[in-house]
Design a protein around this ligand. Structure first.
Ligand code: F6R
Length: 605
């Protein structure tokens, strides 16, 4: 979704802002713009790519302070005028904004009544006019004044021609990070835009503002009382934000999975007691034992892996568990039970639907723990406890390695919950053995990429596909269909295999392939029977299964994945589906890391 960058220092700002914006492209956007402050304030913005913006910048677009933005349209269409930065009527103030101003219509009406000419359809533009109209003597005071009239969420950065040498930024619900360089400072909504220049950063808290100059920053609240935010140096490898030798981030992140899975498990397996060490949950054995139900909340792929997690928890801990789209949860006035453990799952930790679901649970006195990848993100901070996923930065819009680590997170939670109940130490150790084997087995699946590439090319030729599976295999099919549709733009529909004959079988024909998830488990025979029904209607079949599973005389392309413990099979069955989606999209020549209409972090409802 929208991205913010800012720079102030000895260099020309524009090239650095463009570079920063390019690094935010993966978040999804439809227009981009920059403003620089040199001799006067200059702004350039347009619908389209950052590259197009770079080409339109005039030669003398100079200034050593600047702000930039990538916009994801919410109020008004994606066009040049609605792109950020927005300015006041005189062109003295420039602002960029992430988030949504909820009372924008009222503010627009008030400004219009006062004779202000609003040129865009956006909620954000009001901020530029409010800053310009404030009578406070300092830029900090003007921005604070303006924000006090605004209700909603924001990360903002503001430049003012009368106050050169500073950028004022503020945060309320939308991330804002300050990066400390050598006699220069950076601002961004996402670490990805900064790490090339510095890993010494300060994350603003909600309600906090900052003045950023070339030599440092100071932080304060909206009433201008100071706060004591310090920068810390993060232990991150800037190379993790580069695709390096890989043709795309998605492929890089798929291939990283054996390593990222190891990082997730490191230090968390308790061989001795056949359990997991998860201190971050902040739950002792008695509290774990008192849990009667688990409710998992996430969106998109995080919801599908939540369904896998719910099965794991039910199987290992025998506690009723289910997953629900966080985007729906709070709208049905959910009953929050004191003995239910709520689990929020999110890669970015910024997905607003998941964040609002967490807040709904907490408002009603429930206990929420998080499975989150981005350290210090809004969801991680909002939860009562949780575990980080340690997947490293995930840049491609389509989630792969973070999703795998979410599954592992659920396995660890299920182990710990199970071991304070009826899961035997022997079964606990059996699962630990399975978890220890998983990273290498993921590597074995990745090693057959070439074969999968050829299968993917065939699937890419279909306009429409089914992904089917049963019980443990159904969330795998859902995630497979999700990945396939989001990067290849093919219609991919997931169904429980058992439901095919209740309707969708009518669609099966030669041009509609089915990818079937058929693990070696108690349902294999029934799954194979359904494959016969598909084959009888000449539906092409790709079957993701285990070595030795007898598919009878069904004509099918077979993809074998290594066996693990049955409870852990879903994640190994998911890996080839990532590669099928990736290679289908690559074959179709699509922009894999930035699928159309999608954003990496969905920070608006
Ligand atoms: C699919 C995908 C999305 C995200 C969803 C939640 O590949 O990436 O469906 O899973 O938008 O995002 P997070 O996990 O950041 O909350």
């Amino acid at each position: 979704m929208c991205g913010i960058v800012g720079y102030i220092g000895a260099q020309q700002a524009a090239p650095l802002l463009l570079e920063g914006l390019a690094r935010l492209e993966h978040r999804g956007y439809d227009s981009a713009g920059v403003a620089v402050l040199g001799t006067g304030l200059k702004t350039s913005k347009r619908a389209g790519r950052v590259r197009d913006l770079g080409e339109q910048l005039p030669k003398r677009f100079t200034g050593r302070a600047g702000i930039g933005h990538t916009r994801w349209a919410t109020h008004g269409p994606a066009n040049d005028v609605n792109a950020h930065p927005h300015t006041d009527g005189k062109g003295e103030v420039a602002i960029v904004h992430n988030g949504i101003f909820d009372n924008a219509s009222a503010l627009r009406a008030r400004l219009a009544d006062d004779g202000v000419d609003l040129v865009s359809d956006t909620d954000s533009e009001v901020l530029a006019h409010l800053v310009a109209r404030s009578e406070a003597p300092t830029l900090e005071g003007k921005v604070a004044d303006a924000l006090s009239a605004i209700e909603g969420t924001y990360g903002v950065a503001v430049l003012h021609a009368d106050f050169p040498g500073r950028i004022v930024v503020a945060r309320n619900g939308s991330p804002l990070i300050i990066g400390v360089g050598e006699k220069e400072m950076h601002v961004a909504s996402d670490l990805a835009a900064l790490v090339r220049y510095t890993t010494t950063v300060a994350h603003l808290e909600d309600g906090e503002m900052a003045t950023v100059t070339a030599t440092g920053f100071t932080t304060f609240r909206q009433d201008l009382s100071t706060t004591d935010r310090r920068a810390t140096t993060l232990d991150i490898d800037p190379a993790a934000y580069e695709a390096g030798v890989h043709e795309s981030f998605m492929r890089k992140e798929i291939l990283e999975q054996p390593d990222s899975a190891r990082a997730m498990l490191r230090g968390r397996l308790d061989e001795r007691f056949g359990s997991a060490h998860l201190g971050g949950l902040n739950l002792d054995a008695r509290e774990l034992r008192a849990i009667r139900r688990v409710k998992i909340l996430g969106c998109g792929s995080a919801y599908y892996v939540g369904e896998m997690g719910a099965s794991l928890i039910e199987e290992l801990a025998r506690v009723p568990a289910d997953a629900e789209p966080a985007s729906e949860f709070r709208y049905r006035n959910p009953i929050i039970e004191p003995d239910t453990l709520y689990v929020a799952v999110s890669q970015s930790g910024e997905t607003v639907d998941t964040l609002l679901a967490v807040q709904e649970v907490r408002r009603k006195g429930g206990r929420v723990v998080g499975l989150v990848n981005v350290v210090g993100s809004a969801i991680a901070r909002e939860c009562d406890g949780g575990i980080y996923l340690h997947a490293g930065p995930e840049v491609a819009v389509a989630s792969t390695k973070a999703l795998t680590n979410m599954f592992l997170g659920f396995a660890l939670v299920a182990l710990q919950l199970g071991r304070v109940r009826d899961l035997s130490i022997a079964d606990g150790r059996r699962l630990i053995g399975g978890l220890e084997r998983l990273p290498a087995q993921i590597g074995e699946v990745l090693a057959v990429e070439e074969e999968l590439r050829e299968v993917a090319h065939r699937l890419a030729a279909a306009e429409s596909l089914f992904f089917v599976g049963r019980v443990r295999g159904f969330p795998v099919a859902r995630e497979g269909a999700q990945k396939f549709k989001e990067v290849s733009y093919r219609h991919a529909e997931a169904y429980p295999t058992s439901e095919l004959k209740h309707g969708p079988l009518a669609l099966i024909e030669e041009s509609v392939p089915t990818v079937a998830v058929v693990p070696d488990d108690e349902l294999t025979d029934r799954n194979v029977a359904a494959l016969h029904e598909i084959a009888a209607r000449r539906g092409p079949l790709v079957v993701v299964t285990h070595p030795g599973v007898d598919l009878g005389d069904v004509a099918a392309t077979r993809i074998d994945v290594p066996r693990n413990e049955r409870e852990l099979d879903p994640i190994l069955l998911t890996i080839p589906l990532q590669l099928l989606a990736y290679h289908a999209a690559e074959h179709l020549g699509l922009d894999i890391d930035k699928p159309r209409n999608l954003a990496k972090s969905v920070t608006v409802e």
